[in-house]
Write a protein of this length. Structure first.
Length: 432
């Protein structure tokens, strides 16, 4: 009999589908009631898309095993959707381990930034780096994220702050997108800091008159794919007017608005994002109640970054107030030289303990809602027929072990699968 399907994952103790009615995001009570199939199986076709998910007996009655290229017996294991990391800065040279020591000794993020460190330090090293070296380190970092269960990752530029290096970074992201199995959502973040020697007005003009028009030409020519536009809207970085001008220009080019706001000071970034129809705003440690309400009405997702609040000892984002107001809450690792974390399981753990999210809220934040924040929830973020066959098989009978076992994801994750192909097989056999 000819092979017709790529992969059968059968007999899993739990298949965490997340949602099953084509929802683009989950909010309010829907977040608590995850769709979970006990003793379930998943079928992925040769096109890499999910064909069926359901109770094992039903699936196996309809899809005989001999039709499959590969069968995984997931007895005693769980299946969850591939994790989605909605916020990373993974292209850079030069680490900042020395600044970690400064911060532990009491320096704030902006103290380091104003002293010429922080983003400026990384910009200097990234400008000097050769593209193949940046690609090699990006590949290694994406590999680490993938082994921690991430199958769709947002990747920002933003350590160039001038055309040449911003394009170099976006080209590196594009090469990774074309050559690696992991899915990438690419973000232009040329307004990540005001470059040394320029005013905010000059930096804004450079983005508007030089960088964006050049990017538009590259995108139109098919050389580059860019999905999102980002600005660091913060006191001492880009103010509200500059942020508005840049985000509007990006939106006019067809990019999704997805930016840094209300992190260190209340800037009314949330209200601005809601007004502009932003798909997502990240950080929000300092968002006001009015900002939360505006985002809920506009269906602008909140991308919360627990690693940053933890490392910088910031006030935690008010996840509970956001969830209760009906916001679409997503999570991201914020991997960058300040917050060196590639692990969404660790991010979910921090979100639960420090932000008081429940485990279902954290998993929703790292799947369907993170996919929504990237405009990808029609194809990613849940295990529904027609979506990409991206999933993680866990070496445990209950999916919550992935969050509960602090820092233990290397042992808990057995397989990472993208479009029905096993891209990571952690050949451990653990008993619970
Ligand atoms: N806050 C602005 N940007 C990054 C940090 C980037 C850096 O420090 O290099 C963030 O999301 O945390
Ligand atoms: Zn960031």
């Amino acid at each position: 009999m000819p092979t017709k399907y790529r992969l059968l994952v059968k007999n899993a103790s739990q298949v965490v589908v997340i949602c099953s009615n084509g929802e683009k995001y989950l909010q309010k009570d829907a977040v608590q009631n995850l769709c979970v199939v006990d003793n379930g199986s998943v079928v992925i076709g040769c096109d890499g898309l999910i064909k069926a998910v359901g109770p094992s007996d039903d699936v196996q009655a309809e899809y005989p095993e001999e039709l499959f290229e590969k069968v995984i017996d997931a007895t005693g294991m769980c299946v969850i959707p591939g994790l989605v990391d909605a916020h990373t800065h993974p292209v850079w040279a030069g680490d900042r381990v020395h600044e970690f020591a400064m911060k532990l000794a009491g320096a704030s993020y902006m103290d380091v930034h104003r002293a010429g460190g922080g983003i400026h330090f990384t910009v200097e090293h990234t400008r000097a780096a050769a593209a193949p070296d940046l690609l090699a380190s990006l590949t290694a970092r994406l590999g680490r994220m993938l082994r921690a269960g991430s199958t769709l990752v947002e990747c920002k530029s933003g350590y160039g702050l001038e055309l040449e290096t911003e394009v170099k970074m976006l080209e590196v992201i594009e090469k990774a997108r074309r050559s690696l199995p992991i899915n990438i959502s690419s973000t232009y973040c040329g307004a990540h800091a005001v470059p040394r020697g320029k005013t905010v007005a000059e930096a804004t003009e450079d983005v508007l008159r030089v960088q964006l028009p050049a990017l538009r030409r590259r995108i139109t020519a098919g050389d580059l794919r860019v999905d999102n536009i980002d600005v660091f809207c913060e006191r001492g970085v880009f103010d509200l007017d500059a942020t508005r001008a840049i985000l509007q220009a990006g939106r006019d080019m067809g990019l999704h608005i997805n930016f840094h706001g209300d992190e260190l000071h209340p800037m009314n970034s949330a209200q601005l994002g809601a007004e502009l129809g932003a798909l997502a705003i990240s950080h929000l440690e300092e968002v006001t109640d009015e900002g939360i309400a505006a985002m809920a009405t506009a269906k602008t997702a909140a991308v919360l970054l627990p690693t940053t609040a933890y490392i910088l000892r910031l006030p935690q984002p008010r996840a509970r107030a956001m969830l209760e107001a009906g916001l679409i809450v997503a999570l991201g690792s914020d991997f960058n030289p300040n917050a060196y974390c590639c692990s969404m399981p660790l991010v979910m753990h921090l979100a639960c303990v420090n932000m008081r999210m429940t485990m279902p809220e954290a998993l929703v934040g790292a799947t369907i809602n993170a996919a929504y924040a990237l405009g990808r929830s029609d194809t990613h973020g849940s295990l529904e027929a027609g979506k990409h066959g991206d999933l993680v098989v866990l070496n445990c009978r209950r999916w919550e072990h992935l969050i509960y076992q602090l820092g233990g994801h290397h042992e808990v994750i057995r397989y990472v699968i993208i479009k029905g192909s096993v891209v990571h097989d952690n050949d451990h056999t653990l008993a619970f």
